[in-house]
Design a protein around this ligand. Structure first.
Ligand SMILES: [Zn+2]
Length: 448
């Protein structure tokens, strides 16, 4: 047995200054006890012991915008464990003409042999038809319980189709997330920007203003209302969108809300950098204004946000973002963050949130919303030994030069943070130590 001693355990019953023993990939003992012969002791003095952090929104090895994301499962999950994340829920994506079952197999193959942390899949449904509908129960049997639809991009579904998806997954308790932006309005506003001669990245946020998100959040909430089904708003970025969620909750609806650190730290002034530099921050939804950042931070503190994810979707600045040098619409949309989410999120909130809050937003919340609790997201006897031992005293500076994400920049360059995982265990194996990987590839596919 491996035994973590001298740390503060963040458990569902509260903080505990107790020991935690694990073997064969499971937590087997929590309490006050001493190590026996043959036990290996891990000293967690001065550290918080969290159930491993879960990133419920990543895009690894995704073909999109005529290219493929810079991080695949090898580099992406390596970066994840180095930052303290022990499980990602990535988006298997059904392209037009493909079946959802085949899409799941495609993504499982992409991840095979490369999982440094655990990997589960949502299914992004992009081609809704009778076959897709008929395959959903089989997909459920394969361990997929969460789904996503888009209201923008060429992967968008019609409102009526989204309603049908909600109705189809309801019998087995599936949860649907939605990329809430009105795609038709985005296309029109992009045209207006180009028509006015605005071809650079500064036009990106102008073509996707807050109202474009809020309208889509409102519509998706009402689709959930019609279907009498819960909905999950992913990567919420605006105050207006937040207000729509509040209205839906007032109607008695179950609405889960996800947001990401970039929307609570970085603002849209980053779209006015010299040259093409701002392309680094072209993600959708875009970075927002000070009032949005303030509203989202308050929502986190008030408990109105359920999960904090990254929407990690990485493209090299020099090699890939550059495709949009003459037309901002051709800049691949996305930003990296899979490695830095825990540190950046704690940097933003510091003592305004407790270790219990950090656990709820980055571990327990995603485990609950996506059907993995208490197998994951909890330090309990019988739970998986996915454990992040967090040393809150380590000061370090985020930089592309010291990260494991496979690209040439990070939006958090130069941010001085406090706290880093000292040890990260995945299925009971040491996956990272002091921010460096052990290359154990201890992750597995998580069927939910
Ligand atoms: Zn996404």
């Amino acid at each position: 047995m491996k035994i973590i001693k001298n740390g503060t355990l963040v458990t569902p019953e509260g903080l505990k200054n107790e020991s935690l023993g694990f073997e064969n990939g499971k937590i087997v003992r929590i309490g006050t006890f001493e190590a026996g012969e043959g036990d290996e002791v891990i000293d967690a003095a001065g550290c918080y012991v969290y159930p491993g952090f879960i990133d419920g929104h990543t895009h690894l090895d995704l073909e999109v915008a005529g290219t493929v994301t810079a991080d695949d499962f090898e580099t992406g999950t390596t970066a994840a464990v180095c930052g303290g994340t022990t499980c990602v829920v990535d988006f298997a994506t059904q392209y037009a003409g493909d079946t959802v079952l085949n899409a799941l197999n495609t993504w499982k193959k992409k991840a095979e042999g490369k999982m440094h942390c655990n990997v589960a899949f949502h299914m992004a449904i992009c081609d809704w038809n009778e076959k897709t509908k008929a395959d959903l129960p089989a997909l459920r049997e394969e361990g997929v319980t969460s789904f996503k639809v888009y209201m923008a991009y060429d992967t968008a579904l019609e409102d009526a189709e989204i309603l049908e998806v909600l109705e189809a997954i309801k019998p087995f308790g599936g949860i649907l997330g939605c990329h809430c932006e009105n795609g038709g309005l985005v296309t029109e506003l992009q045209k207006q920007q180009i028509g006015a001669g605005h071809t650079g990245p500064s036009a990106h946020p102008l073509s996707r203003p807050a109202a474009v998100e809020a309208e889509a959040v409102n519509r998706f909430c009402y689709l959930g209302y019609l279907a009498d089904a819960p909905v999950n708003i992913v990567h919420l970025s605006t105050k207006l969108g937040l207000e729509e969620i509040r209205e839906a909750r007032k109607r008695g609806q179950t609405v889960y809300a996800e947001s990401c650190p970039q929307y609570m730290l970085l603002d849209d002034s980053l779209y006015n950098l010299p040259g093409f530099e701002s392309a680094k921050y072209v993600c959708s939804p875009p970075l927002r204004k000070e009032e949005d950042i303030k509203a989202l931070r308050e929502a986190v503190i008030n408990g109105e946000i359920d999960t904090i994810a990254t929407d990690h979707c990485s493209f090299s600045y020099e090699k890939q973002k550059i495709a949009g040098i003459d037309d901002f619409r051709k800049i691949p949309n996305g930003a990296p963050g899979i490695e830095h989410r825990p540190a950046v999120f704690m940097h933003i909130f510091g003592d305004k949130l407790t270790p219990q809050d950090y656990c709820r937003l980055m571990s327990r919340g995603p485990a609950e919303v996506f059907g993995m609790y208490p197998q994951k997201g909890a330090l309990l006897e019988g739970s998986d030994a996915d454990i992040t031992i967090w040393d809150p005293s380590v000061r370090w500076t985020i930089s592309a030069g010291n990260m494991h994400q496979n690209l040439d920049y990070t939006p958090y360059e130069g941010v001085e943070v406090k706290g880093r995982p000292k040890y990260v265990f995945v299925n009971g194996e040491l996956a990272a130590k002091d921010g460096e990987p052990t290359n154990m590839r201890a992750g597995t596919y998580v069927a939910r």
